[in-house]
Design a protein around this ligand. Structure first.
Ligand SMILES: [Cu+2]
Length: 141
């Protein structure tokens, strides 16, 4: 019996198909985007920040900022969170902003323009106040 040419062909086809599917696999996986290359998810904590409000203080979670001295940038969204035991207000006259925050609640303030040193006061407690500065954001144009 002579070796069948069909068998040789068959082996060639199997090997060829194997290489073809392997290269298709590599081709396909080469186009799967990496995890890090997705569009950036907006993280509120990176845009602006949080102010913790308690009995007679406003503090930023920043070791460089002393209590009752708040510093933000124009465009920041600032969350005033009442970590105390009694209600307070966040009152910023220059921005016509006045919100009552009960314990555990948050008031959101949008710093939509820069300011010099302005006062943040609590209407419920005389002397419960802070100085806030909203820095202008640098123009990149
Ligand atoms: Cu207060």
């Amino acid at each position: 019996m002579t070796p069948s040419p069909f068998n040789k062909h068959f082996i060639c086809i199997i090997i060829g198909a194997g290489f073809l599917s392997l290269s298709l696999l590599i081709f396909q996986f080469g186009f799967i985007p990496e995890r890090g290359s997705r569009p950036e998810e907006t993280n509120p904590s990176e845009d602006g920040g949080k102010v913790y409000v308690g009995e007679m203080y406003f503090r930023q979670n920043d070791p460089n900022q002393p209590r009752n001295n708040l510093r933000f940038s124009e465009g920041d969204t600032i969350e005033f969170y009442n970590e105390g035991a009694v209600p307070h207000t966040v009152t910023i006259e220059e921005f016509d902003f006045d919100e009552i925050i009960n314990p555990g609640e948050t008031a959101v303030f949008k710093a939509d323009r820069a300011s010099g040193k302005i006062s943040v006061i609590c209407r419920f407690h005389p002397g419960h106040r802070a100085v806030m500065t909203i820095e202008p954001r640098e123009q990149t144009e």
